[in-house]
Design a protein around this ligand. Structure first.
Ligand code: GCO
Ligand code: MG
Length: 409
């Protein structure tokens, strides 16, 4: 049959940063792309796909998306986890791309059609001090963003994640991984952070007025009680959300945060399955789910989370840093446009170098994103450009307290 899978190729390239892509081709020559990028663990997913998944795909009907998802999820015996779910996601998205291309429709049409005109996106601002932060926010506004995440240096902490060592360029605020054979070490001081951050948010709110939606990411560094204190302290500054205030490994911990503050909570960029969200959603412990198509089992896997969230009046804010490839971002935008309970989409804008490999057809105007009207995802892959940028190791930093103890993040 024409829709039988003829080949599945695992493509690794590094135009500015490392990306893993799965390209599936049918007997008829229809091509689908899936994103398999797991920041700092890229080659583990490439091997999982190449060595264990690709052989199972050849000869299957590309139309059987749900059956393929279940085969890779239930059939593997070893369930969940970021490497597995990222590999499943790549297959799932590539098959949705193929199905939509065969139908001659943009993917969002197959997911129920558009629920809105465009997708509200937030950008990233950061600064080593207040003047630099204010400039960075203005640069993000000039780049079109109508909602902004605010990160700041903390006096007494030397190197802090998400705040570049030099002023940011405006559109490309920070790179979540650094090229080096081993992770770079950064430091952390919770008490200094808790003293400093409320002053920063107060200054930003005073400068930009009540309308501008502001977000902040605590990167899992607080205990539930510290998170509760922070949520309370920043209530007057009306955050759109406080992200990853405490690790969700211990979902009961969120009960204390929830009882202590009405600051909206976003959680989940490291969660990969609807099972990870069961308690967080059924007890309404969070307001926004942060997973991505790329890390949570594709369109099929993430849609299960989105639908469970909707039952509990929880909305979405999918993870969208530069370590989600343009393929993964496109998949997110098609899903964002179709679902009812969209909250916001993170959008960190890929570099021009990344654009040499990945051709994109999304639109970005008036602070809103739209996936465009090309059939499928609307993303292309240039093999020649990819070959010019071979993989080289890059890692997220790790995080130590002053006495050398490894800290959560
Ligand atoms: C965010 C993040 C990122 C992640 C990174 C992990 O965008 O909210 O927290 O900076 O740390 O994408 O790979
Ligand atoms: Mg985050």
């Amino acid at each position: 049959r024409g829709t039988t899978i003829r080949s599945a190729e695992v493509l690794v390239t590094s135009p500015g940063r490392n990306f893993v892509t799965l390209r599936i081709t049918t007997q008829d020559g229809v091509v689908g792309l899936g994103d398999a990028t797991l920041n700092g663990r890229e080659l583990a997913v490439a091997s999982y796909l190449q060595d264990h998944v690709v052989p199972m795909l050849i000869g299957r009907d590309a139309h059987r998306i749900e059956d393929t998802w279940q085969m890779l999820h239930r059939g593997a015996y070893w369930r969940r986890g970021p490497v597995t779910m990222c590999a499943i996601a790549a297959v799932d998205v590539a098959l949705w791309d193929i199905k939509a291309r065969i139908a001659g429709l943009p993917l969002y049409q197959l997911l129920g059609g558009a629920s809105r005109e465009g997708i509200m996106a937030y950008g990233h601002a950061s600064g080593r001090d207040l003047p630099e932060l204010m400039d960075s926010i203005r640069a993000q506004q000039a780049a079109g963003f109508r909602s902004i995440r605010v990160q700041s240096s903390v006096p007494g902490v030397d190197k802090i994640y998400g705040v570049p060592a030099a002023p940011s360029s405006g559109t490309y605020d920070y790179e979540p991984a650094q090229r080096a054979p081993l992770p770079v070490e950064e430091d952390w001081d919770t008490r200094a952070y808790l003293r400093h951050l409320p002053q920063v948010l107060e200054a930003v709110r005073n400068e930009f007025g009540p309308e501008l939606p502001l977000l902040h990411d605590a990167h899992h560094r607080l205990t539930p009680n510290e998170a509760a204190r922070l949520g309370r302290a920043v209530e007057p500054f009306d955050l759109f959300w406080l992200e990853d205030c405490t690790p969700a490994d211990n979902p009961e911990g969120l009960r204390l945060v929830r009882q202590s503050t009405t600051t909206p909570l976003a959680i989940g960029e490291v969660l990969t399955s609807v099972w990870d969200y069961r308690q967080l959603l059924s007890e309404q412990l969070i307001d926004y789910v942060r997973s991505s198509v790329t890390h949570a089992g594709g369109i099929t896997g993430l849609r299960r989370i989105v639908d469970l969230a909707a039952l509990h009046q929880v909305r979405t804010g999918f993870h969208g840093p530069t370590d989600i490839s343009p393929v993964g971002m496109a998949a997110a935008l098609h899903l964002d446009l179709a679902i009812h309970n969209l909250g916001i989409q993170e959008y960190m804008q890929h570099s021009a170098l990344t654009g040499e490999v990945f051709g994109q057809s999304f639109r970005w105007s008036g602070g809103l994103l739209h996936p465009g009207e090309e059939p499928g995802l609307g993303v292309t892959y240039d093999d020649d450009a990819a070959a010019r940028h071979p993989y080289s190791p890059a890692y997220l930093p790790l995080n130590r307290l002053k006495d050398g103890t490894i800290h959560d993040w």
